[in-house]
Design a protein around this ligand. Sequence first.
Ligand SMILES: [Zn+2]
Length: 251
Amino acid sequence: MKYLGNGRVIVASAVIILGIWSGIRHRMEMASSAAAVLLPARGGDTTLVLDAGHGGEDGGAVSLTGIPESGINLSIVLRMEQLLAFCGDPPLLLRREDRSIHAPEARTLREKKISDLHMRVAMVEAQENAVLLSVHQNSYPNSQKRCHGAQVFYGKVEGSQVLAEQTQALLRSTLDPENRREAKPIPDSVYLMDQVTCPAVLVECGFLSDPQEEALLRTERYQTELAMVLTAAWLQETADGRLNQGGYPIQ
Ligand SMILES: [Zn+2]
């Protein structure tokens, strides 16, 4: 199917999401019909690989009320899996449970962490035509000024920046109009993002150190909204054909 306007893809995603999360059968049927009409067929065989950051003994950043980011990351990713499966675009998840993905011979916490990162890279690299979306939560507890708002980072591989910018713009326009953050290159020190050879984006969904944002991030409703937006940004990119037809725009 030919290109459909961005607005139509977002509308289609919103209709689907309404159906899924309302739990009302006739809305599901309506959403399904709308998806068939509005969503473009995928023009390629790109697979979105969803990485819920951390897991198991490595909880990542801890929120003001003591909740580790690993659980919030997983909750958002599992919601995205449902949305994408419904859209006929099933993702690959690097983890679906609260666990680290280390090799059995890793013993210490450090060994497990290193092994976990190596395994994640290997899983992404094993997937043909992958695009990586890594989901994390931010924290900056000792700042004098208020730090809040989602921030999207991109890897070095062509296609990463355009998806990151699209995602950042959609997060701003749908969830947080006050967020003035721009998509940024990821530092080399983020191992997974640095090592993969596919387009890659990392989303820090918000700050667990900010009382207002932490309260939002703990709610299922906001986790669902984040999943919706990240899903819609991905669908929009694939609809635009920039990630699955080899036709990346010149930056
Ligand atoms: Zn993290």
